[in-house]
Ligand binder design. Structure first.
Ligand code: SF4
Length: 337
């Protein structure tokens, strides 16, 4: 058994200090196999820290539901619902106001509601701009799920985690896109809900890999396209999308396809049953890592008492509850094993 058990009566703060020894050789966390399919977020995590990737996607220990994750998921849910409604009808200012008013403000936890509504508001104000483009009758889709096999052919992924099509290698879901088939042109937007904006070009001249992967996926599905314009919509920061990155097929292959293939090769060259082959790599998210107590790098950061500046007491309360729930589940799993 690889983990120390917690007492049944400990408080959330005490529970937060429970250690799980992921390096124990005969731990119940020893995984059986690599994931059947990869996504952008999986690959990006592997690139940042192979150890955390192993814990989450090979050993399948769930990460904690922190405030940004809860808020992001609530806003995506609200935007998706609203967008489906608006695509089915002609959008007007009145429609978008009704949508905001009727949005389920109970979905996010109490102190997230304001941020949630702010995200919906900025999106709804921009949305009619997209609709005006319907003069050229683009195909508009939201939460468009795609699945591609190793030959980069479609395998019909619908987003249902329980029913992965055979042969699927890369899966993903595009928040919003508009394809102008006759002009051989498409727009892709990824909605972001953090307070720190995502940059379309994190390094000079190098587009964000997520946008490149999505552009590549669109070229695979629609070979008649000449150009795919991509962008982030930082809902909490700006009232409209960022200036975008433009891809032709060659550029999407260079920054999207090649990146995916390189990381998949690296992952599949490692033994999933040997944690030592998945090294921890310090990165700017270590302070937020749910597993830092079981990681040599994370433990050092823990001692510095890293606390994200923007978190207030309420945020901490949410996080403590999430910590408690997750560790209880984790310990239940250990008992089951
Ligand atoms: S604390 Fe940092 S180095 Fe350690 S597993 Fe987490 S992300 Fe990786």
């Amino acid at each position: 058994m690889g983990g120390k058990r917690k007492s049944q009566t400990t408080s959330p703060r005490t529970i937060q200090r429970v250690e799980v020894d992921f390096s124990a050789p005969h731990s119940s966390f020893v995984p059986k196999k690599l994931p059947a399919a990869y996504s952008f977020s999986q690959l990006s995590l592997f690139e940042r820290c192979p150890r955390k990737y192993w814990i989450e996607y090979v050993a399948k220990i769930k990460t904690l539901q922190t405030r940004p994750l809860i808020l992001g998921s609530a806003i995506h849910h609200g935007v998706e619902d609203g967008l489906k409604h608006l695509i089915a009808a002609q959008p007007t200012e009145v429609d978008t106001k009704k949508w905001i008013e009727s949005a389920d403000t109970q979905s996010p936890p109490g102190d997230c509601v304001k941020d949630y509504q702010k995200g919906l508001q900025s999106f709804s104000e921009w949305l009619p701009t997209l609709w005006e483009d319907r003069a050229s009758e683009p195909e508009i889709a939201t939460e468009w799920s795609f699945g591609l096999n190793r030959q980069w052919h479609s395998v019909g992924w619908t987003g249902d985690r329980l029913h992965k099509p055979p042969g699927i290698m890369l899966r993903g879901s595009i928040d919003l896109m508009a394809i102008h088939h006759f002009e051989a042109f498409a727009y892709v937007w990824d909605l972001k809900t953090g307070r720190n904006p995502y940059e379309v070009f994190p390094s000079p001249g190098i587009p964000h890999r997520q946008l490149a992967v999505y552009a590549w996926a669109l070229f695979c599905f629609h070979p008649h396209l000449d150009t795919v314009a991509t962008s982030f919509f930082n809902l909490m920061v700006n009232g409209e999308p960022e200036e975008g990155a433009i891809f032709d097929l060659e550029r999407a292959m260079e920054y999207g396809r090649n990146w995916v293939e390189k990381l998949v090769r690296d992952i599949e060259s490692r033994d999933p049953t040997k944690i030592d082959e998945w090294e921890p790599a310090e990165n700017r998210y270590c302070g937020y890592c749910s597993f830092k107590e079981g990681c040599p790098i994370g433990k050092k950061i823990q001692r510095k008492k890293f606390v994200p500046k923007r978190w207030n007491r309420k945020d901490q309360a949410i996080t403590d509850e999430a910590v408690k729930a997750t560790l209880e589940r984790l310990n239940d799993d250990m008992v089951d094993d």
